[in-house]
Design a protein around this ligand. Structure first.
Ligand code: ZN
Ligand code: ZN
Length: 590
């Protein structure tokens, strides 16, 4: 209190002399900032001690050996940690910090509040058995390309010792889980068994360690696999007499939206925007499909129903697709083309030293999304970035055909823009260069997904997908883009409606297949996803809307001086922070 008053006095006293005022203010700010930076560094180390698996996932490998069983005591300790740090943070006044540090401060506070909310109010630890899964972390440590294999195996050995206690604690926590999350937990845990039965044993075989140690690791792998199998078997025996609904309900949903999405609009405002965008897209699609009708359907009579007419054109265009066996290779071939286009149009600087590795999606990831990016954390800057692609091998012919029509020649390119370049992959490379570790570790999913969705439109606006010698993207490309954007839009509408308005499976499928023109397989996958996640499906449309609006705002403010490349690089330079904070800084610095 005293310090603030004396500083205010000093400012008034010197206000006639601009330079002195400024330097006094700067000194005070520098002092606060230095204090805050020291605090941040201590906080991050304490965070890893409290949440070692999170640390390990972020590439802080000192944590690799520790797996904390999710007991009630562990949750109490997490809450105590959150309360203590929320209290310590009160010493920092946002106005005394640089804008970037203010952003960090708000992100730490938001994260700590989300921990408390999740433990005390959401309580997914009770009803979501899929929260408990040790497989991924073991796989990442075993396959990591950091340190020596022998060192990593040491971490794995002590981590393995905790696995039975981990699943014991999980069983104690679970009470009246939803049927959907129970099934997901069974599938994903069993899917991860191969890590203990194949992957780690294979690493052990090549390691330079003595036979007794090898035998010890294999024995522990066996015990861990048994604990996982036992957990899955136990889940199968649950009676589910009056199971909890997988629908979160309006109140919890609103709170979760607040904690996780962190957007500048309210939930209901965003819902209204999503409904309006759906209508707008239907109009754009009508015009484009009408223009393409005769090219694809010749003299056939145009249906009077708008959605039917659009659907028929989409169906024709969707027939241009790759084969199940060349799905991965088609993706690999497109990456250099995207890079070349971005260079030619000067849209954003790409770092050629960061390799992107396309790989078949590991089994433990299967079941939620078809393609995803796994990027190295802030401590692991040299680690590989993987583009995980779901395999179609072994799919029934009809199912594969339906999937490939969804990811046809046009849509597959949009998927690659989104997941890889300049979408997620590019954004994550920039995020790891961000000087703030806080922004790297508390990455805001809305900003991350929003960026990927934004780049889809941005690439087409700049002529990606134009035929030889043309500047404008082909109408086919636009039509498939509208359909794809309709997907983000309907993700929001579906998630909101299912969790807060009780939308039925039948109505959900109708929205996706009829109004969003999705193939049956895609729509079924989405239904599975909306029944095991909440709010996350809103992030795409929300982040996209905020970023697009911000770009238009900057364009307007800067007029002729506006440069798209500069906007992109400035936007990404803040790291994966909520768009509303980036917006404040960018508009202040314009
Ligand atoms: Zn086909
Ligand atoms: Zn994405």
């Amino acid at each position: 209190m005293k310090k603030v008053c004396s500083l205010a006095f000093l400012t008034i006293l010197l206000s006639s002399c601009q330079n002195n005022t400024k330097s006094s203010k700067d000194q005070a700010a520098a002092y606060q900032n230095a204090e805050f930076e020291q605090y941040s560094n201590r906080f991050v180390l304490a965070l890893w001690k409290q949440f070692p698996s999170f640390g390990s996932a972020m590439g802080y490998h000192n944590c690799d050996a520790v797996l904390i069983p999710p007991t009630a005591e562990a949750r109490q300790a997490e809450n105590a940690f959150a309360h203590a740090h929320l209290d310590s943070l009160k010493q920092f006044k946002p106005e005394g910090l640089t804008p970037a540090a203010q952003m960090d401060l708000r992100m730490i506070q938001a994260h700590l509040k989300a921990i408390l909310w999740s433990n005390d109010t959401e309580k997914a630890w009770q009803w979501n058995p899929a929260l408990y899964n040790v497989c991924e972390r073991f796989a990442e440590i075993a396959n990591g390309n950091y340190g020596k294999l022998e060192e990593r195996l040491k971490s794995i050995t002590s981590r393995l010792a905790q696995v039975p206690d981990y699943y014991d604690a999980a069983k104690h926590n679970i009470s009246n889980p939803t049927i959907e999350h129970t099934q997901l937990a069974i599938d994903q845990n069993l899917g991860g068994l191969s890590i203990f039965e194949k992957d780690i044993p294979a690493k052990v075989a090549t390691a330079n360690i003595d036979t007794a140690t090898k035998a010890e690791i294999l024995a522990r792998c066996h015990i861990a696999a048994e604990a996982i199998r036992n957990y899955a078997e136990w889940l199968k025996t649950l009676p589910h007499k009056t199971p909890r609904s997988f629908r979160l309900g309006k109140e919890l949903y609103k709170q979760k939206f607040h904690h996780e999405i962190q957007c500048g609009y309210t939930l209901d405002e965003m819902y209204t925007k999503a409904l309006a965008r759906k209508k707008e897209l239907h109009g754009l699609m009508f015009n484009t499909a009408q223009q393409l009708w005769s090219k694809y359907l010749g003299q056939a009579k145009m249906p009077t129903d708008t959605l039917t007419m659009i659907r028929r054109v989409i169906e024709q265009i969707s027939l241009k697709h790759t084969h199940p066996d060349s799905f991965q290779i088609s993706i690999e071939r497109q990456i250099p083309q995207l890079v070349a286009f971005i260079k030619q149009k000067d849209l954003i600087t790409l770092d050629p030293r960061k390799p992107l590795v396309v790989r078949r999606e590991p089994d433990y990831m299967a079941g939620v999304a078809g393609a995803s990016i796994s990027a190295p954390g802030p401590y692991d800057k040299e680690g590989n970035t993987y583009y995980n692609v779901g395999s179609l091998s072994g799919w029934p012919r009809e199912k594969a055909e339906s999937y490939l029509r969804e990811y046809n020649q046009y849509t597959l390119q949009i998927l690659n823009i989104h997941e890889a370049i300049p979408g997620h992959y590019t954004q994550l490379v920039y995020a790891n260069q961000s000087p703030s570790i806080i922004k790297s570790i508390f990455g805001n999913g809305t900003m991350i997904e929003g960026w990927a969705v934004y780049t889809e439109r941005m690439m087409l606006e700049n002529g990606y997908g134009a035929s030889e010698g043309r500047q404008e993207a082909e109408p086919e490309m636009w039509l498939m883009y509208y359909k794809w954007n309709l997907r983000s839009t309907c993700n929001f509408i579906l998630d909101y409606s299912v969790h807060t308005l009780g939308m039925s499976r039948e109505d959900g499928m109708k929205l996706l297949t009829q109004e969003a023109f999705q193939q049956q397989a895609e729509a079924e996958g989405k239904w599975k996803r909306v029944s095991v996640t909440q709010v996350q499906l809103c992030s795409y449309f929300t982040g996209y809307s905020e970023i697009y609006a911000l770009r238009e705002e900057c364009k307007k403010a800067q007029g002729n001086a506006f440069r798209l490349k500069k906007f992109h690089e400035a936007f990404l330079s803040y790291g994966s922070a909520p768009v509303k904070y980036i917006r404040e800084l960018m508009l202040a610095n314009k």
